[in-house]
Write a protein that binds this ligand. Sequence first.
Ligand SMILES: C[S@@+](CC[C@H](N)C(=O)[O-])C[C@H]1O[C@@H](n2cnc3c(N)ncnc32)[C@H](O)[C@@H]1O
Length: 209
Amino acid sequence: METPDLSAAYALNGPEDCLRLYAGWADSYDADFAQSMDYRLPAEVAAAYLRAAPPAGPVLDVGAGTGLLAQALHGLGHRDAIDALDLSASMLARAGEKHLYRALIEGDVTRPLPCAGYAGIVSSGTFTHGHVGPGALPHLLAATRPGGVVALSINAGIWDRLGFGAAFAALPGIHGLDRAEVAIYGQAAQSRDPAHAADRALIVTFRKA
Ligand SMILES: C[S@@+](CC[C@H](N)C(=O)[O-])C[C@H]1O[C@@H](n2cnc3c(N)ncnc32)[C@H](O)[C@@H]1O
């Protein structure tokens, strides 16, 4: 089995691969990856979501993993219900232990979602190499209520390669599209994983009309 690290995650090829990797990574993800790399994306997405002034109501965290984005939202004072959706039951189990989610939903964001009516959708670290591409954007929109806000990170290395610019331009019924480039990791990543330490992401926010 592949070592659960960023290189293995970026090389994933399909849901079976993904489930296998994250089953082996769930227990050590927070300490071995997020802390040691000074992983900043959940905090960046949470801040961007709240800056976009979402309406009150439930939020869906797509590719929630171990729940770092709910932790970041909570830390910023967000108190509306948050549901976690993830392909991996192992990652969702770790997220559940944080007692920050209203519901844990096993699901695949590349297909129509089993839940809808959210005031907001957030996602960090899931639109990346070997994971999820722009084909999932209409599913996010379908699960958002009119006036709801979407905030997600997209790894800068897949923005052009997978055609995110064109996909956003073709997404019907959205407005206020904003994007900002951020560092994914902090200083600690230089010694932990120099190959990925300088990786960057776009934080994209928009509102459903
Ligand atoms: C790098 S982790 C990010 C987790 C968390 N959001 C964070 O920032 O720490 C990517 C997560 O996306 C999930 N994932 C990958 N493909 C998915 C899909 N098609 N549908 C739903 N979740 C998916 C994985 O299981 C994993 O938990």
